[in-house]
Design a protein around this ligand. Structure first.
Ligand SMILES: [Zn+2]
Length: 459
């Protein structure tokens, strides 16, 4: 390796045009992406909205469930019509009913995640969506800790948790044109929503503002950046605040109001082929009926089903509808979101599993070098193509396939049962790929060349 590198450096040509050629080749190597092979006509969402309702326990509105107080007696429940669309997971729980860690579980797919891990490379689905050309947009009233904000290209967020004196801010990294201005308009609009209101009315208005801002943002992207795929994360905070501050007899009314106010966003998603994921970070518990304060993260509240059970409802052009039974974990949300968007679930820390809601399966191939990859079903070759990063999309679920990868000196063969998406990795076991070696040599040549030019200018 060392001799190879020094041999490369020895032959440094100093002509600038040659440097430009080298730079061009380095960039084209780095920019090569995955090749997609579509095997069946599929309808797939272009973008996605992840809608997180802070502190909404599914016990309080799922038709199949009944909420109980810590005293064991039944407590109040909302009656909702809009919050139960699409594919609905009956039993999905957070491993930790606390805002920061639970949001971290949602975005990493790792059941032991915390706010620090969210900042690690390739830890969240935002890292993967960005690698595949999406922009990450967010409107968050809670759950917007530093590492969460840093994952977004632009975020409109509440700096404090006060509904009486809210402090709204924008953090922008690389926003599509016009989005900053739009968010600024919405920041200015909040006082209009809240003025002359109090109690539950004011709490719901605070949520409505977040929903309307997100809806305006999704509509703006579709109109002004129609080809730009996006992942829009939304958090509304007033149901959690209401549970803590207003008590049991107002908490369920706030859920009724959310059911009414979310409808325009639901319509925007449906009409524009945007997948909508509706969930919560954690639920809420009350000591008894008419309790003045609720809780979820500590003491007697933290172990209650009402704090742990969260909703998950998915609406997308490529997913099934109806109730999905079985036990699931909040860490399953991230791999499922990746699967619905047909992105490889290469989340660095995830221990969650993709939930089978898509109406077809996809196979992702990641190899350390170029292979000729063929797909076989019942002894018949279905597809063949060459590459190191491939996606076979639109395969029928619950079928058997054999995947073969052939290179000059190596053949891999793997049998797959497609009960869900599969990620297959082929490794020649020979250490560094020749392309990686060439890339390293080229980068070193460019750096050394640059240093020599600087030295010559200084001399
Ligand atoms: Zn929370």
């Amino acid at each position: 390796m060392i001799s190879l590198l020094s041999a490369g450096i020895m032959r440094i040509p100093m002509k600038n045009f040659f440097l430009i050629t080298i730079l061009f080749f380095s960039f084209s190597l780095a920019a090569s992406g995955a090749t997609e092979i579509t095997l069946k006509d599929i309808h797939r969402p272009e973008s996605a909205i992840l809608f997180i309702v802070d502190g909404l326990g599914s016990s309080y509105f799922y038709p199949e469930l009944t909420p109980y107080g810590v005293d064991g007696l039944e407590i109040s429940k909302a009656i909702t019509g809009n919050l139960t669309f699409g594919a609905r997971l009956l039993d999905i729980r957070t491993p930790i009913p606390s805002t920061g860690p639970a949001h971290s579980v949602i975005v990493t797919g790792y059941s032991k995640a915390n706010e620090e891990i969210v900042g690690y490379p390739d830890a969240t689905f935002y890292d993967i969506t960005r690698q595949h050309g999406f922009v990450n947009l967010a409107v968050m009233e809670k759950g917007d800790f530093q590492n969460m904000r840093d994952e977004q290209d632009i975020i409109l967020f509440a700096q404090n948790n006060s509904i009486d004196e809210p402090l709204i801010s924008i953090q922008a990294n690389k926003a599509p044109s016009g989005v900053f201005e739009l968010m600024h308009d919405w920041k200015v609009k909040l006082p209009e929503y809240l003025e002359k209101k109090k109690g539950i009315e004011k709490y719901s208005a605070y949520n409505k503002w977040g929903i309307d801002a997100a809806n305006a943002l999704a509509g703006y992207m579709k109109k002004n950046h129609p080809t730009q795929r996006f992942l829009l994360t939304v958090n509304v905070g007033a149901i959690d605040s209401g549970g803590h501050n207003l008590g049991e007899d107002d908490y369920y009314k706030l859920i009724d109001d959310l059911d009414r106010d979310i409808y325009p966003l639901y319509t925007t998603a449906e009409e524009n082929n945007i997948a909508l994921f509706f969930t919560a970070d954690h639920g809420m518990s009350f000591a008894a009926k008419n309790a003045r304060r609720g809780g979820h993260a500590s003491g007697k509240y933290a172990t209650k089903l009402e704090s742990l059970r969260i909703p998950l409802v998915i609406m997308s052009s490529n997913t099934v509808t109806g109730i999905i039974e079985g036990k699931f974990n909040q860490s399953d949300i991230a791999p499922t979101l990746m699967s619905v968007l047909d992105l490889p679930s290469s989340l660095a820390y995830a221990d969650g599993k993709s939930i089978n809601v898509k109406n077809y399966a996809s196979i992702f191939v990641q190899a350390d070098r170029e292979y000729s990859v063929s797909l076989w079903n019942n002894g018949q070759k279905v597809s063949e193509t060459s590459g190191s990063e491939l996606i076979f999309v639109g395969l029928p679920l619950d079928t058997n396939y054999t995947i073969k990868a052939v290179s000059a000196d190596k053949t891999h063969e793997e049998r797959l049962f497609l009960d869900s998406d599969k990620l297959v990795r082929f490794n020649s076991g020979k250490g560094l790929d020749y392309r990686a070696i060439i890339a390293i040599i080229l980068i070193l040549i460019v750096i050394t060349g640059g240093l020599l030019i600087i030295k010559r200018i200084k001399d």
